[in-house]
Write a protein that binds this ligand. Structure first.
Ligand code: SF4
Length: 373
């Protein structure tokens, strides 16, 4: 089983927290789709397994004119065997969604939508430069619900000036819509973003650890009451509605990534396309692929497994670690884990090591203690 990821690096405007590779380049959309198709033909045999998930991410894939999207999906269907694809997700922004677009998506074989809501508070949306309103998000979710879509909605917490009451409103509003799946991300201030510059200049304040923890506790508690499973640090799902594509990333399943800045992983090698659309387009016009290839050492693979495993409710399986990694790595990791187990920040049970929900916001620090230097 393998995943296909396609990166669409175009957006209507740049959100002030965003460090994804994306820009406002609608004039090169056709050339970009040509390049994606060319890259697909050059690389379609890289994966030996069948594709079971497809994910169009970005950027904002819903910015694509439907004819261009159709051209791309037709090319994918011709180039690879898509008969075993169970989940085909497209990321969308609320302002792009209406009944006609959703009907087109369904006709093209897309069966899951991931919608970037972030907040139902218009002032907070403005403060992070989102270009949709709360009303547009509510309408888009209504279309998805009425049409019986499998969909996921993204929310963010710890936004500048966001109070506990604001967050409670966002959580309650989303719960009333009862999406099959949702993600809740703590805002992080990434260097190079507008929000980071504002933070440095003292124009915004980062949410305190106490507020962030309280917000995390609210969403986790309320989501549990509504029947969701908190199955990954930022992800919640109703039974059997986990994101198959993302779960495969966390299980280190191979994936082929197409497009500027896309990553691929074949089980051993990681391949990273340039985060530079000009370079990407020029190379593909010449029929060439430009990518940086990283062969991971066994200790890097071990660290990756720890980081991805500890993000999830299942945690790390010591049995799987023993199958793939030297005993001395596992012994060292368990030595480092001992004080964290004693303090309750890690639980070792049934040959499984995992972070209890209460400490998921501290998971970065916990993982740092466990990985091999
Ligand atoms: S829409 Fe998404 S990808 Fe585009 S700027 Fe905003 S957060 Fe980044």
């Amino acid at each position: 089983m393998a995943g296909l990821y396609v990166h669409i690096p175009f957006c209507h405007s740049k959100c002030s927290y965003c460090d994804f590779y994306s820009g406002l380049r609608p004039n090169v959309v056709e050339d970009y789709i040509d390049a994606l198709i060319a890259e697909l033909h050059l690389r379609k045999n890289e994966m030996s397994e069948s594709f079971t998930t497809i994910y169009f991410g970005g950027g904002t894939p819903s910015i694509l004119p439907i004819e261009e999207l159709k051209r791309l999906i037709n090319a994918i269907n011709l180039a690879i065997d898509t008969n075993r694809v169970e989940e085909f997700t497209i990321e969308v922004n609320p302002e792009d969604i209406n009944k006609d677009i959703l009907r087109n998506y369904r006709e093209l074989g897309i069966n899951r939508v991931s919608i970037g809501v972030q907040s139902f508070n218009d002032n907070l949306l403005k403060s992070i430069n989102r270009c949709h309103t709360s009303k547009q998000a509510l309408n888009a979710i209504k279309y998805l619900k009425n049409d019986n879509w499998n969909y996921s909605a993204d929310l963010m917490f710890g936004l500048p000036g966001q109070t506990i009451k604001d967050w409670r409103y966002d959580v309650d509003t989303l719960m009333r819509m009862h999406p099959p799946h949702f993600s809740a991300y703590l805002l992080s201030y990434e260097p190079g973003t507008r929000l980071y510059t504002m933070l440095q200049a003292g124009k915004v304040e980062e949410a305190s650890e106490q507020i962030a923890s309280e917000m995390q506790l609210i969403i986790t508690t309320v989501a549990t009451e509504y029947g969701y499973e908190h199955y990954e640090i930022s992800n919640y799902s109703l039974p059997d509605r986990h994101s198959r594509h993302n779960s495969a990333y966390w299980a280190m399943t191979p994936y082929l990534g197409l497009g500027a800045s896309a990553h691929s992983f074949d089980g051993k090698l990681r391949r990273i396309n340039p985060a530079n659309i000009k370079q990407y387009l020029n190379a593909l016009k010449q029929g060439e692929i430009v990518a940086t290839i990283e062969e991971e050492t066994i200790s890097e693979q071990f660290n990756d497994y720890i980081i991805t495993g500890l993000r999830t409710i299942n945690g790390l399986s010591l049995d799987i670690l023993k199958q793939y990694f030297p005993d001395k790595y596992i012994a060292k990791m368990l030595d480092n884990a001992a004080p964290l187990i004693t303090s309750g920040q890690l639980i070792l049970n049934d040959n499984r090591l995992y972070i209890p929900h209460l400490y998921w916001l501290k998971s970065d620090a916990i993982m740092r203690d466990l990985i091999l230097i």
